[in-house]
Design a binder for this molecule. Structure first.
Ligand code: ADP
Ligand code: MG
Length: 246
């Protein structure tokens, strides 16, 4: 299934050596409603290598979510290019985009986006279900993760019976359970106390170190920024600073 260049969307763990995890080229997103025009992302050119642990920082409204959503293929850019593992995301059909997301990406949404009718376990295992992983293996993997992030024993609760912080942890578990090559996480620690936030960051740092998973966070949480090896700062949709710490 894997192409010689590692670009087959079905082989999430195959990566061409030297191919960046993410590249954007002169990326713009402009929203126009009636006579209001918002330049949410302005001319962003970035390269994120495989295995980076990066924070997109910036005040509210600086374009972090819009940029992350474009990289994840959830929002189409107004102009410019996006490549994931060398694949031109803007050229993919909706079907191929969905497949690329399933096989290679984990996404933690700012608003969690859990399905209210499913239990915490069913929400967290969802990508494994789509990949035909057997039920006992799905449960075992989710239980192990839940134990790790202080959610042990809450597997059968529905989101409505979980706190905001607990729902956030389910959303993170759902994003990482399939061990995707790239995880995009929008404010993943925003509603968490320090101990829970540290446990989540530790988990993600361990996946980064052991599996080489690339993490891109949008956040203004200094606890997470302190652990990042690179902080890219956005102001009014544009990159104003790119600070590598290693
Ligand atoms: P951040 O995540 O850094 O808070 P956002 O990406 O959410 O920033 O927003 C960047 C700018 O784009 C803001 O001015 C916001 O109001 C605007 N924006 C975001 N989404 C939309 C949309 N769907 N329609 C119009 N404006 C939007
Ligand atoms: Mg945001």
């Amino acid at each position: 299934m894997s192409g010689a260049n590692g670009n087959d969307v079905s082989t999430g763990r195959v990566r061409a050596v030297g191919t960046p995890a993410v590249r954007t080229e002169s990326l713009w997103k402009v929203y126009e409603h009636d006579d209001i025009r918002v330049e949410a992302v302005r001319d962003v050119t970035l390269t994120i290598e495989q295995g980076e642990f990066v924070v997109l920082a910036g005040p509210s409204g600086s374009g972090k979510t819009t940029l992350l959503n474009m990289v994840g293929g959830l929002t189409r850019p107004s102009e410019g290019g996006i490549w994931i593992d060398g694949i031109d995301v803007t050229a993919l059909s909706e079907r191929d985009l969905a497949r690329l997301r399933l096989e290679r990406l984990g996404f933690v949404f700012q608003a969690y986006n859990l399905l209210p009718v499913l239990t915490a376990l069913e929400n967290a295992e969802f990508t494994l279900l789509l990949r035909d992983v057997p039920a006992d293996q799905r449960r075992a993997r989710v239980e192990k993760l839940f134990e790790r992030i202080g959610m042990g024993g809450l597997e059968d609760r529905r989101p409505g019976k979980l706190s905001g912080g607990q729902q956030q942890r389910v959303a993170v578990a759902r994003a990482v359970v399939g061990e995707p090559a790239l995880v995009l996480a929008d404010e993943p620690t925003a509603n968490l106390d320090t101990a829970t936030s540290t446990a989540l960051i530790d988990l993600m740092a361990e996946l980064n170190r052991d599996l080489g998973t690339t993490f891109v966070f949008a956040t203004h949480d200094t606890r997470l920024m302190d652990r990042a090896r690179r902080v890219i700062r956005l102001v009014d949709g544009a990159v104003v600073d790119d600070d590598r710490r290693d």
